[in-house]
Write a new protein. Structure first.
Length: 192
């Protein structure tokens, strides 16, 4: 059993999941896994709950980890499945819940800087709204590709769909977002 040797790709090799290796994985992967789940849920509290549920699930089903592939990839796959299960439970109970936008804190500054900040806040809000309107499948693929910087092959493994399907979803999402956000092109603030 290995507790933290590194491969040439920078990922740790773990053959089995015992208490020590799971603790090592938690310390190594919790931040990136939280960001992954936050991008899917768009809610820090939900992402934190799913993060805990993911590690609990990995511990409960530790005998299913065969040591093939990266432990980080295995964690992401479990986290994605936990997310899907939670979303299905939520949909069955109460339907889709509205997600409130996170408001950026604007520090009082010169008029020009304040105007720039407000323009960026407006544009980010429009981008988040456009992303939220994508179908679940397109949004998930797009977020994993653009924000988590996973490859289409990695996303296909996590979502358990063909690579070409992921490529198509990412492309369609990108085109739809570009079309929806094109109207705001003139509102982009000029860089300093």
């Amino acid at each position: 059993m290995l507790y933290g040797p590194w491969t040439s790709s920078g990922e740790s090799e773990i053959d089995t999941l015992d208490r020590g290796s799971l603790r090592f994985l938690f310390d190594e992967q919790r931040d990136s896994l939280f960001r992954f789940l936050y991008r899917l849920t768009r809610n820090a509290s939900d992402a934190d709950d799913l993060l805990q549920e993911t590690f609990l699930m990995v511990w409960r089903k530790r005998d299913q980890f065969a040591g093939r592939g990266s432990a980080a990839g295995y964690l992401r796959t479990v986290a994605f499945r936990v997310f899907l299960n939670a979303r299905q439970r939520s949909d069955r109970r109460a339907g889709l819940m509205a997600v409130s936008d996170r408001e950026a804190e604007v520090v009082p500054a010169a008029d020009e800087e304040l105007e720039r900040s407000e323009a960026l806040e407006f544009l980010f809000a429009r981008a988040n709204e456009a992303i939220a309107r994508l179908s679940d499948e397109m949004r998930e693929a797009f977020l994993l590709f653009r924000f988590e910087q996973l490859t289409c092959v990695e996303i296909a493994e996590v979502m358990n769909v063909p690579v070409k399907t992921i490529e198509s979803r990412v492309r369609r999402a990108t085109l739809l977002l570009a079309e929806k956000l094109r109207a705001y092109k003139d509102q982009l603030p000029t860089p300093h």
